[in-house]
Design a protein around this ligand. Structure first.
Ligand code: GSH
Length: 202
């Protein structure tokens, strides 16, 4: 198997964090988003949507969508579970992971696309869209701050896929002009601690 990736981008990063937490080693091949290598005809054969990461399976087929890739590896390597052990734990983990992706990562992406000069020539930027995304982001962070409380990890005593997505989303926020407000004190404590883990290194 081979992972086509661009490690500093948030969706690839959450897969990298997950793989490192699980101790899974994989052949990595960088596809440079900055030079639009992910939009080349060759790469679009692997993923017609052009997004990264993409997992190439041993039969030559491709699996896209970072969460699907993570869940595939979780099924292959159920030991040291990162989506919980019971049906309710798994549902709770997925609940928070979805909030981290849709409520944080996606909103940071919307802010970035609507404010960064890098996107000025590519999309019709809207200050209103950025402002709405900032409001949705703040709501999600309020919920997550409360959920994390004083726990070492997002769901409790062990890292889960929710930690992977949330870490990648907040790291992206630093780059995208939407850094975590330190007023979210529980989240800030968790983020600082998680960033020290080997899995979180660039
Ligand atoms: N929903 C997809 C999103 C994939 C995606 O959009 N990845 C970004 C990097 S975070 C990308 O490749 N952007 C460059 C582009 O679309 O040209 C996933 O979770 O894998």
């Amino acid at each position: 198997m081979r992972l086509y990736t661009y490690s500093i981008a948030p969706n690839p990063r959450r897969v990298h964090v997950y793989l490192a937490e699980k101790g899974i080693e994989l052949t990595l091949e960088t596809v440079d988003i900055a030079t639009a290598a992910n939009r080349s005809p060759e790469f679009l054969k692997k993923n017609p949507l052009g997004g990264l990461p993409v997992l190439e399976l041993d039969d030559g087929s491709h699996l896209t969508e970072s969460l699907a890739i993570i869940e595939y590896f979780e099924e292959l390597h159920p030991e040291k579970p990162m989506i919980g052990r019971t049906p309710l734990e798994r549902a709770r983990t997925r609940e928070v992971e979805r909030i981290a992706e849709i409520g944080v990562l996606s909103q940071v992406g919307t802010i970035f696309q609507n404010t960064s000069p890098l996107f000025a020539g590519r999309v019709k930027q809207s200050a209103d869209a950025a402002q709405n995304a900032r409001a949705r982001l703040a709501n999600s962070l309020t919920v997550l701050d409360h959920k994390i409380g004083d726990k070492p990890f997002v769901l409790g005593g062990e890292p889960t896929i929710a930690d992977c997505t949330l870490f990648a989303a907040l790291r992206f926020g630093e780059f995208a002009g939407a850094p975590l407000d330190p007023g979210f004190r529980k989240l800030a404590r968790w983020y600082t601690a998680f960033a020290q883990r080997p899995s979180a290194r660039d």
